[in-house]
Design a protein around this ligand. Sequence first.
Ligand code: DAH
Length: 339
Amino acid sequence: MKERLAKIKEEVLAQIEASDSLEKLNEVRVSALGKKGALTGILKSMKDVAPEDRPKVGQMVNDVRQELEKALDAEKSKLEEIVREAKLKSEVIDVTLPAKKNQVGHRHPNAIVQEEVERIFIGMGYEVVEGPEVEKDYYNFEALNIPKDHPARDEQDTFYVTEDIVLRTQTSPVQVRTMEKGKLPIRMIAPGRVFRSDEVDATHSPSFHQIEGLVIDKNITFSDLKGTLAEFAKELFGEETKVKFRPHHFPFTEPSAEMDMSCFKCGGKGCRFCKGSGWIEILGCGMVHPKVLKMSGIDPEEYSGFAFGVGLERITLLKYEIDDMRLLYENDTRFLKQF
Ligand code: DAH
């Protein structure tokens, strides 16, 4: 019995020594000390030992058990230490490495210009309002005195959602929505996205932005329009900017005009920006048509007003001297970061 015990002890100690992982060590523990282990096997064969020898043998088995447990614990600590060392090594952080920079976004040039335009008009007492991009035919056309056979209604230009719902082709419907509310006087601008089924090229896109303006009060005249828009151009492009008005036609204004400003680049001498003319077309405007006022419930005998519409991209391209509109829609941060 003593020899059997000594042999088991020797074998198990050798196995402990040979264990190179915590898993293997645990297997050794189970095979030596577990329920079906070698040592337990010996205790089970106690019945073959003479009764007077049993305490002695029991003592021997216990001694071996304790010795093996000690060896197992020691080996376990050793292996755990190795595992921890390896982990620390693999998790080393080089605090001297330069930090990764976060990619920070950038305000879009369109947004910068829109806010600038808003700032200018807010300074003149205007309110900034919004209207829906999916709009009723009535607001986009009918209430703006755009008759059924007007070329602007041609399906080539307008995205129809249903027969009487469109993607707005202009921000002018916000004029109608504002007048309909019945609160007078009105001084508002309405920036927003508009849609036209256009080709994509350097100066066209099926979706772009306009800023609408509307003033309705008693005794508003064309002089108010001229003074306001001249001031707007000066604030946006510099004090020396001049403006001139050319007669034009819009169904919702009478009289109508287009405003040109002196070229911000050459000051009027003629260059590649103004195509040699010294002037740059900048917006459409006019006195609100009496029919338009009437349709929105405003008495044209008592009130008058002016309106204007500016292409936001047009101003952005001019202001930053960008020569291709498509650059504004690519969201390439290398491009956007420049403004
Ligand atoms: N809605 C016109 C367009 O998209 C622009 C415009 C012209 C707006 C004259 C106005 C205006 O308010 O008075 O071409």
